[in-house]
Design a protein around this ligand. Structure first.
Ligand SMILES: Cc1cc2nc3c(=O)[nH]c(=O)nc-3n(C[C@H](O)[C@H](O)[C@H](O)COP(=O)(O)OP(=O)(O)OC[C@H]3O[C@@H](n4cnc5c(N)ncnc54)[C@H](O)[C@@H]3O)c2cc1C
Length: 151
């Protein structure tokens, strides 16, 4: 059964996932590329070194973002959002990296591995920290059909 996600369900999918896809378009070409992200309720945060996606988003900052939670081919939730690419500098870059680290550090620890105590200082690396400030979001889902109760 196909359905539409509520705003609450859309937010849950965006908060729960770690990998999404950026769709960008510049110079007559469209590029869809997977990234690891964090979501703070308003924006998608990501980090990258310079390459094609950063060049394209600098040229045309209006981008699309897609993420899905797939349990099976008949049990999934998917969100598509649109927003504006913003490259973060200075204290904004530090704050953006902190959003990413808060999301990922708990996932990087185990009995044998311990996360670093401090957030890496993005101002001393070549990492580009950015956010996509979301302005529009839609959600769709498919759920298995419930078995018919025979009377
Ligand atoms: C699960 C997952 C998580 C990832 N998380 C991040 C992240 O957090 N940050 C990050 O920067 N990158 C991440 N990557 C890698 C990302 O998908 C890109 O490969 C990488 O960022 C380089 O992209 P670019 O546009 O700078 O490519 P460039 O280095 O400029 O290279 C562009 C060329 O490489 C090809 N190319 C680039 N990426 C891919 C790809 N994934 N698959 C096939 N062809 C490709 C393009 O088609 C193009 O021809 C992730 C990938 C996966 C699968």
């Amino acid at each position: 059964m196909l359905g539409t996600l509520t705003n609450e369900q859309i937010e849950r999918v965006l908060h729960s996932q770690l990998t999404g896809r950026i769709g960008c378009h510049a110079g007559g070409r469209t590029y869809v590329v997977p990234i690891t992200y964090a979501y703070d309720g308003e924006s998608i945060y990501g980090h990258s070194s310079f390459g094609l996606k950063i060049a394209m988003m600098r040229e045309n900052p209006e981008v699309c973002f897609e993420v899905e939670d797939v349990q099976s081919q008949v049990n999934w939730e998917s969100v598509i959002a649109w927003g504006r690419y913003e490259e973060l500098t200075g204290e904004d870059a530090r704050a953006g990296m902190a959003v990413l680290m808060r999301r990922f550090l708990p996932l990087l620890t185990s009995k044998t591995a311990r996360a670093p105590d401090e957030t890496p200082d993005v101002l001393t690396t070549s990492a580009i920290v950015y956010r996509i400030r979301l302005s529009e979001k839609t959600g769709r889902c498919e759920k298995p059909d419930l078995p018919t109760v025979m009377g």
